[in-house]
Write a protein that binds this ligand. Structure first.
Ligand code: SAM
Ligand code: SF4
Ligand code: F3S
Length: 463
C-alpha cells in the first residue's frame, strides 16, 4: 500500500484516541493509530498532552452517545488553553450525525464517518491548513470491496501487535433489525476479499500474533471474492478452512453469527477445524416468536433451539454465549417469561443483556406500546440475576477440568497472577512465570467465579 506522504506539520504531534463500541471500532482505532504514526505522530500519555484527540464513537444505545457528548464538552476548556488542538469525532455517531455534531459551537474540528477513516491523513492536513472545520460523512457504498477502508488497512506498521487481534472480514450489515442503528452507521454489507483477509492474518502471525478473531456484524453471510469472476466467492466456512492452514497461528475465533444464516457447513467447520475454538456467540435477542418477528430477526425460537441441539450433540464441550434484549415495544410479561424460559433451557455460558433503547431513525422507536423504563429495568435486573446464577453454576460444574489456556499477560486484578482464556473463551487467572506469556498452558480450574476460574498449572506443566 502507498504510504500517506509525511507532513512536516504533523511530524512529532501527539495523538490520543478514545474508543467506544464494538470490535469494529476497536479495530478502526488501531487503523487510525497506524495512519497517525505513519504521519510521524506519537501517542500521548494523557489527553491533556495531545495535539490531536480522536473520539471513535458508538451509536448503538443512548449511553455511549451521552458519554461522547460529555467528553466533547470537557474539551472546550482544553481547546481554549491550547488553540491548536484538533478534536475529531469519528465512527458511528459521526456517520449518523455528520455536521450536526458541529452545532452550538461544539469544540470539534473534524467529523469522520465510518467510510472515510482511511482518509484521516488528508482530512487532518485539510483541517490544519485551512483552519476550518472538516466533515467527511459520505455513506459507504456496496461496491467498496476494494476501494474502501480495507485497501487502506495498514498492518503491523507500528510494531504494536499483541498475541491476539481482531480481523474484520466484512463491513456493514444488510439486515434490518427494527431496533438497530448499525446499517445506518456502517452502510451495506461488504465482504473483504479472501486475499486481503489472508494477507493480513499472515502479517499478524509473522509479527507474533497467535489468535485471530474474525469479526463482522453477520459473519455467517460472508461472501468474499476469491477469483476474477464476480460470482467467484468463498463462504465463511471456506474462509475458516483457509485460515486454519496458517502456520504458527494457534487459535481462531469469530463473531457475530446470525441464527438465520448459520449453515450446516459452519457447524461442521466448528466441529472439524482444530484451530477454531469451541465457542459460538449466537445472539437470540428474545425467546418469543412474536417479538422476534417484530424485531425482523428472521428466525423462531424453535429454529434457534434446533441449531443449538445439532451443535451440542456433535460438540458437547462447546460454549454458547448470546445477546438478549428486554422491553422491546409491546413486550408483555408473558413474552418476557418466554425469554427467561429459553435462557433457563439453553443455559448460556455468558450473555450480554440490554434493555431496549429506542434509537432515532429506527422503526422500533416509532412503534406503539413502548415499555415503561421502570419495567424494562426490572426485567433486565431479573434477567441478569438468572444468567449470573447459570454462569456460576456452569463454571462450578467444570471445576477440576484441565483447560488449554492461551496466556495473555499479568492479571489486572492481581499482577502476580497470569491471565488467559480457555478455548471456550473463559478467563483463567493462575500463578506462573511471565515467560509463559504468548504460549499455551495446561491449567486446572480450582475455583469457579462468575467471571471464570482461578487455576493452577496442571501436573507435569512447569512454569
Ligand atoms: N450484529 C449482531 C447481531 O445481529 O446480533 C449484533 C450487533 S449490535 C452491535 C450488539 C447488540 O446490541 C445486539 O445484539 C443487541 O442485543 C444490542 N442492541 C442493538 N440495538 C439495541 C437497542 N436499540 N437497544 C438495546 N440494545 C440494542
Ligand atoms: Fe444490527 Fe441486526 Fe445487523 Fe446485527 S444483524 S448489526 S442487530 S441490523
Ligand atoms: Fe456501536 Fe457502531 Fe459497533 S454503533 S456497536 S460501534 S458498529
Amino acid at each position: 500500500m502507498e504510504r500517506p506522504h509525511l507532513l512536516m506539520s504533523t511530524a512529532g504531534l501527539a495523538y490520543k484516541i478514545l474508543t467506544w463500541g464494538c470490535q469494529m471500532n476497536e479495530d478502526d482505532s488501531i487503523q487510525m493509530a497506524n495512519l497517525l504514526e505513519q504521519m510521524g505522530c506519537v501517542e500521548a500519555a494523557e489527553e491533556c498532552d495531545a495535539d490531536i484527540i480522536l473520539l471513535n464513537t458508538c451509536s448503538v444505545r443512548e449511553k455511549p452517545e451521552q458519554k461522547v457528548r460529555s467528553k466533547i464538552g470537557e474539551f472546550r476548556a482544553l481547546k481554549e488553553a491550547k488553540p491548536g488542538l484538533i478534536v475529531g469525532v469519528c465512527g458511528c455517531m459521526a456517520q449518523r450525525e455528520g455536521k450536526a455534531l458541529l452545532k452550538h459551537g461544539a469544540p470539534v474540528d473534524l467529523v469522520i464517518g465510518t467510510a472515510c477513516i482511511h482518509e484521516l491523513p488528508k482530512l487532518i492536513e485539510g483541517a490544519l491548513k485551512s483552519k476550518r472545520r472538516v466533515v467527511a460523512d459520505r455513506m459507504p457504498e456496496a461496491w467498496e470491496n476494494n476501494g474502501g477502508a480495507e485497501s487502506a488497512r495498514v498492518v503491523c506498521k507500528t510494531g504494536k501487535v499483541g498475541i491476539k487481534a481482531f480481523v474484520p472480514v466484512m463491513y456493514g450489515c444488510n439486515n434490518h433489525c427494527t431496533y438497530c442503528v448499525v446499517p445506518s452507521a456502517r452502510g451495506p454489507e461488504r465482504s473483504r476479499p479472501v486475499s486481503d483477509v489472508m494477507a493480513e492474518i499472515k502479517q499478524l502471525v509473522a509479527a507474533g500474533c497467535r489468535q485471530v478473531t474474525l469479526v463482522g456484524q453477520n459473519v455467517n453471510s460472508y461472501a468474499g471474492s476469491c477469483g476474477k469472476a464476480a460470482d467467484d466467492t468463498a463462504t465463511f466456512a471456506e474462509l475458516l478452512t483457509m485460515v486454519n492452514d496458517v502456520k504458527s497461528l494457534l487459535r481462531i475465533r469469530f463473531t457475530t453469527s446470525h441464527p438465520k444464516d448459520m449453515s450446516e457447513n459452519l457447524i461442521r467447520a466448528l466441529e472439524e477445524l482444530p484451530k477454531v475454538c469451541e465457542h459460538l456467540h449466537l445472539p437470540i435477542q428474545s425467546g418469543d416468536d412474536e417479538i422476534l418477528d417484530r424485531m425482523g430477526r428472521g428466525y423462531t425460537a424453535a429454529h434457534y433451539l434446533d441449531l443449538l441441539e445439532r451443535l451440542r450433540t456433535r460438540m458437547p464441550e462447546v460454549a454458547v454465549t448470546t445477546d438478549i434484549m428486554v422491553g422491546f415495544p409491546g413486550e408483555t410479561h408473558e413474552q418476557f417469561l418466554n425469554t427467561l424460559e429459553l435462557m433457563n433451557e439453553v443455559k448460556y455460558d455468558a450473555a450480554f443483556m440490554f434493555a431496549f433503547n429506542p434509537r432515532p431513525g429506527t422503526p422500533a422507536a416509532k412503534m406503539d406500546c413502548q415499555v415503561e423504563q421502570k419495567v424494562k429495568t426490572l426485567r433486565l435486573i431479573e434477567l441478569i440475576a438468572v444468567q449470573n446464577e447459570i454462569t456460576l453454576q456452569k463454571n462450578k460444574e467444570e471445576l477440576g477440568t484441565v483447560f488449554e489456556v492461551l496466556v495473555e499477560g499479568p492479571s489486572e486484578k492481581d499482577p502476580d497472577m497470569l491471565t488467559g482464556y480457555t478455548r471456550t473463551n473463559k478467563t483463567v487467572n493462575f500463578p506462573g512465570k511471565r515467560s509463559m506469556i504468548g504460549k499455551l498452558a495446561q491449567v486446572t480450574a480450582v475455583k469457579a467465579h462468575p467471571w471464570g476460574f482461578t487455576g493452577e498449572l496442571a501436573e507435569g506443566m512447569s512454569d
